[in-house]
Design a protein. Structure first.
Lengths: 370, 309, 439
């Protein structure tokens, strides 16, 4: 009799270090990417249901991708490095306003920067957010947990105020609301149609997700996770908390800054600080917790749940022709989303990502999981 | 002399405004102390209590009941609603989530927030409902010393008195009643309390009920100040810096935190605001809290954080 | 748990499916409404949304639609949030046989965001009494209609009323006027107009911001108590208005020296403050509260049939404003039908209707709005149509009109409109239309 264990086993270091070690996982990933990059644009070009019109792309897929990117950013900080933050909205705002300044040209005293291309501005917006993130990360060396969360609110409210009070940030417009350049030109190519905007977001988000995935499984990611699990122990093992925590703040803010710039430029078009207020910070935190702390995939799942579910629920009664007022519907949506959050936490306190994790364990031993 | 009068005026009204925040912060402290849950729903609970009170009150006044009778019945009705809420939250959300980590519980209370906000407005309406329980005109003191006197809003003074009574009442409750002692035992050590026969479920119900009643008291004051409406839920955000300064686990800390945050933000707005552009009090309270935290990471009155590996 | 995920997925797919295919109707004009009936600004959002919906119902019930074209309405809840407003806009813009007729978001933030989107979708944006003041210039903003009045009009009229109370424009000199404003683009809009007036008439102007949502204003009002301005202008929305009035009462600032913008002058703004509001003044977007001839039609055709969505908001200030908002929209569609025929029209055709809308005195009377509105006429250059406003005062129970119509001083405002819209045009690389060539 020849016995052979079922499932997939790693027989080389290369396999052990693969980014997606399970075959089904790899297949699922490639399938998702294929759908996102090829099928969706094709469906849109030929206007096949459900992509008839622009609604699905403009109002659901684009905000979903951008907020997922912000959620990845927060997940790096909260999920991987264990530093709770309620300032995501502020870092998104910094990204958005810095990108706006770069794209319209900056001149501070003797320093004159000519208007920069859109893409470079967005990335620079991310760097500005990263810089501020480091500043606001310094208290994390002393303050922990919920106390730190509330301290990050200081950043949130401060930047809400700063961007409305200091006229320089808004190029002295009379109302303090600013508008993104139109059309957005990426590498000499004007991006106007919704599907093009979608592809831009998709490429950015995919690239950043891949970057995040590799960061968190590399040296720095392990340092973050050690700090999260027990910061004193990590310090005793030779991990410098200063470096680990501040780098997490920097990387996370960079992601959120880029997300904020995209949110302002691609989704909203014109914005005021209210678009990045405390509600946005909470929304992104919900995504991270519901999706699963410490999981890149979870950020996407959480973003889908928190952003898309209320929108869909909102449309159900109308689509079914149930005659109830929008007031009742929107209150019902509140009730149902709240109940679903509680229920989900009771069944799976660690979010969607843990569900997938359990599934992966089984997939590894497929077809005979126990 | 005028400058001194102005300073005193801003300081006093800041202190009293801070006490009003403390009313909301107290609810956070109670629940955090007893169950380690950071209850994000406290603001929504104030809204629920206020709506239940004002709507039943209006209904009974319209039916011809005298005002004082309507107020008593309204308060009882709102208290009953808060009890029902406490029961449901304990039974269906916190009970099943026992022993989860803090972040999960925090998220669950956000779920509860959504449910309360949706449910309360569905039951009682989403308009603005005026409430008049306390006088809200002003006193002018020391008019002979300072020109124009020092202004004191009666409603704020009432708020201060009520907060004082509330804290004294809570202290008595914790000190002298069996349930109160059980609460303190649970706050010290869940497992030990359970092993001497204290039912955690019962305690959690009680603590949510007490927090609900504190929310009701806050709702009477803030409802008179703003009218009962959805914006009341934003108070939770004004209560957070109060909470940090005082520490999450201290009832007197909530009051002291309120005084510091209130006075600090009002003085900043009055004296720093004109220099750097107004509207700074929202973030200034948080910056103040941040400074306190850098000196004492557990807040002024919080329990010392001891870390073990 | 897998079942759950599957169920959710199936549900999600099902739900999008239901949204997808809209049944094509022939003779129907789709009219969307972005509303907020929940959330912090609901007390002000509800009456407006009620008025908007009731007037459309009236058109359908009384006239069987506009020249036989039925109005099909759909509301979408924005909660005053910009991103939700954009989602609602995307959801509703393509519905009906010809797409959305026009949008009225009733939020400055959503207006700014949609201003960037409507040119691409070719849908007019009717922002009656709010939004970008410079969008009056139709050559640069072809799709925005800041009908009836902009914030700059409001600011100018408020100053004129103060001058009248003081007894002449020259009396403004060396007076102190403070503006308590919602710290957002909405609240900041009037500042340039007030600064221009301050420079011209020689009064001291001071702007005092209040952080959203405005539940805490003690320091602002203590500052006013010390500063003792002669007049306070109030530019608030929602809970901020009633809180301002209360704090004013607390610091003993006379309420009859306060003048609110027309968004601070409705019933939800004064009732929470009870008696303390007595004497408080506010601008009127021409109209006030109360019943007029159009309400008789509403009583007969909508209310008595149980088809009104309004409960206690009927004939309130913001309800009436909703009626007017819908009336202007309906009349624009009617005007456009004269050129393009009595059939469902596209947004582009309706824009022509807006630009050629002429509400004469006779027409306003015919529509039942006599006493609520003055004649107004839109054109390619002028997307505002009117520059007049009145002032009303709360007497403890109701709003009473206390002034005649004032006409905003265009010699101050027109250059500002030109300058700001030109700035927008250069920033966005727009070549302004040549209005003389428009038909």
């Amino acid at each position: 009799m020849l016995y052979r264990e079922v499932g997939q086993f790693k027989t080389s270091y290369a396999q052990d270090m693969a980014i997606f070690p399970i075959r089904q996982d790899r297949i699922a990933l490639w399938l998702t990417l294929a759908i996102a990059f090829i099928v969706v644009p094709l469906l849109d070009i030929f206007q096949i249901w459900p992509f008839k019109g622009e609604y699905l792309i403009r109002a659901i897929l684009i905000p979903f991708l951008i907020l997922a990117l912000a959620a990845i950013g927060l997940n790096i900080l909260t999920g991987y490095c264990g530093q709770l933050s309620l300032g995501s909205g502020a870092f998104m705002a910094i990204g958005a306003y810095s990108a706006y300044k770069f794209v319209t040209g900056v001149s501070i005293m003797a320093l004159h920067i000519p208007p920069l291309p859109v893409f470079i501005s967005i990335i620079l917006g991310g760097f500005m957010a990263a810089f501020v993130g480091i500043l606001f990360g310094i208290p994390s060396l002393r303050i922990k947990g919920l106390y730190l969360a509330v301290a990050t609110l200081a950043a949130q409210f401060f930047f809400d105020w700063l961007f409305i009070r200091v006229k320089w940030f808004t190029n002295y417009t009379s109302s303090g609301s600013v508008a993104a350049p139109d059309p957005l030109i990426f590498f000499g190519y004007p991006v106007t149609r919704p599907v093009e905007k979608y592809l831009v977001c998709l490429i950015v988000v995919t690239a950043f997700a891949l970057l995040a995935k590799n960061l968190v499984r590399g040296n720095i990611g392990r340092q973050w996770q050690a700090t999260r699990d027990q910061d004193i122990a990590a310090e005793l093992m030779g991990i410098r908390p200063l470096y680990a925590k501040l780098s997490a703040f920097a990387v996370s803010s960079f992601f959120m800054g880029v997300a904020g710039a995209l949110w302002a430029f691609v989704y909203l078009g014109a914005w005021e600080p209210l678009a990045f207020n405390i509600d946005r910070s909470f929304q992104i935190l919900f995504m991270v917790i519901i999706g699963g702390l410490g999981s890149i995939l979870g950020s996407f799942l959480g973003a889908a749940f928190i952003l898309v579910l209320p929108i869909l629920l909102d449309q159900v009664p109308h689509a079914l022709g149930i005659p109830i007022t929008v007031e009742t519907v929107s209150l019902l949506v509140f009730l149902i989303v709240g109940a679903l959050i509680c229920w989900l936490l009771i069944v799976e306190p660690h979010g969607f990502a843990r569900l997938w994790g359990t599934a992966k364990e089984k997939l590894r031993l497929w077809p005979y999981p126990y | 002399m005028v400058a001194l009068g102005q300073f005193l005026e801003v300081l006093l009204s800041g202190l009293l405004a801070g006490v009003l925040y403390s009313l909301v912060a107290l609810g956070f402290v109670l629940i955090f102390k007893a169950s380690g849950v950071f209850n994000f729903a406290q603001g929504a609970m104030v809204l629920l209590a206020g709506l239940a009170l004002v709507r039943s009150l209006d209904l009974m006044v319209a039916k011809g009941l005298p005002f004082w009778a309507a107020v008593i019945i309204g308060l009882l009705f709102a208290a009953a609603i808060m009890a029902a809420m406490a029961f449901l939250v304990e039974r269906f959300v916190l009970g099943p989530l026992a022993n989860q980590d803090g972040l999960t519980l925090f998220m669950a209370t956000i779920g509860v927030t959504f449910m309360i906000e949706g449910g309360a407005q569905m039951l009682f309406g989403s308009n603005v409902y005026p409430l008049r329980l306390y006088p809200d005109d002003a006193w002018f003191m020391f008019e002979n010393i300072f020109e124009g006197g020092i202004l004191l809003n009666k409603l704020d003074v009432w708020g201060g008195v009520i907060a004082g009574v509330l804290v004294a009442g809570l202290a008595l409750f914790f000190q002298w009643t069996k349930t109160g002692r059980a609460l303190r035992a649970v706050a010290d050590d869940h497992t030990a309390a359970q092993s001497v026969g204290i039912s955690l479920n019962w305690i959690w119900f009680v603590v949510w009920l007490v927090a609900g009643l504190v929310a009701l008291v806050a709702a009477t004051v803030w409802g008179t100040k703003l009218g009962v409406q959805f914006s009341i839920t934003f108070l939770a955000l004004k209560a957070l810096p109060v909470l940090i300064i005082g520490g999450f686990t201290s009832v007197p800390g909530a009051i002291v935190g309120g005084l510091i945050a209130g006075a600090g933000e009002k003085l900043a707005e009055a004296y720093l605001g004109p220099i750097i552009g107004g509207g700074i009090e929202y973030w200034f309270a948080y910056v103040l809290a941040l400074i306190v935290l850098l000196a004492r990471p557990q807040g002024l009155f919080g329990e010392r954080i001891i870390e073990r590996i | 748990m897998k079942k759950l995920t599957l169920a959710l997925a199936a549900f999600a797919i099902g739900a999008t499916g239901m949204v997808g295919p809209a049944i094509a109707q022939q003779n129907e004009q789709f009219v969307p409404a972005l509303v907020y009936r929940t959330g912090p600004y609901a007390p002000n959002g509800i009456p407006f949304a009620d008025g908007v919906a009731d007037y459309w119902t009236l058109i359908n019930e009384r006239d069987g639609g506009i020249n036989g074209v039925k109005l099909v309405m759909e509301e979408c809840e924005t909660g005053y949030a910009t991103d939700k407003g954009v989602e609602c806009y995307e959801r509703l813009k393509g519905k009906g046989p010809t797409g959305a007729a026009y949008f009225s978001p009733l939020s400055t933030g959503i207006t700014f965001a949609l201003t960037e989107k409507v040119p691409g979708d070719k849908i007019p944006l009717l922002t009656m009494g709010y939004g970008r003041s410079e969008s009056r210039n139709g050559a640069v903003f072809p799709w925005n209609f800041v009908a009836v009045g902009s914030y700059w009009t409001a600011a100018d009229v408020a100053i004129q009323h103060i001058a009248k109370e003081l007894g002449g424009m020259d009396k403004l000199k060396d007076k102190k006027i403070s503006l308590v404003y919602h710290d957002s683009p909405y609240g900041k809009e009037p500042i340039p107009a007030l600064e221009a007036r301050a420079a011209k008439n020689g009064f001291t102007f001071k702007a005092i911001p209040v952080t959203h949502p405005g539940v805490e204003q003690k320091s602002q009002w203590l500052a006013i108590r010390q500063d003792r301005p002669d007049y306070v202008l109030l530019w608030g929305w929602g809970v901020m208005n009633s809180t301002s009035i209360k704090e004013a009462a607390a610091v003993g600032y006379p309420r009859d020296k306060m003048i609110g913008v027309w968004w601070s002058g409705a019933e939800p703004d004064v009732t929470p403050a009870g008696d303390q509001s007595t004497g408080y003044k506010a601008l009127m977007l021409q109209h006030g509260a109360g019943k007029f001839k159009v309400h008789e039609d509403l009583d007969k055709n909508v209310v008595s049939k149980g088809k009104s969505v309004a409960k206690d908001t009927y004939a309130q200030v913001l309800y009436n404003r909703g009626l007017i908002n819908s009336m202007i929209g309906v009349e624009a569609i009617r005007t456009a039908q004269k050129k393009y025929g009595n059939k469902p029209l596209t947004g582009e055709q309706i824009r022509w209707g807006f630009e050629n809308l002429n509400l004469t005195e006779a027409r306003i009377k015919e529509l039942g709005f006599e006493g609520m509105l003055q004649p107004m006429r839109f054109s390619c250059e002028d997307h505002q149509g009117a520059d007049v406003a009145r002032v009303q005062q709360w007497d403890g129970k109701a709003w009473k009109t206390i002034s005649d119509y004032y006409k905003a001083d265009l010699s101050i405002l027109d250059p500002m409109v030109k300058e700001q819209s030109a700035k927008y045009a250069t920033e966005k690389k727009i070549t302004p239309r040549d209005c003389s060539k428009e038909s």
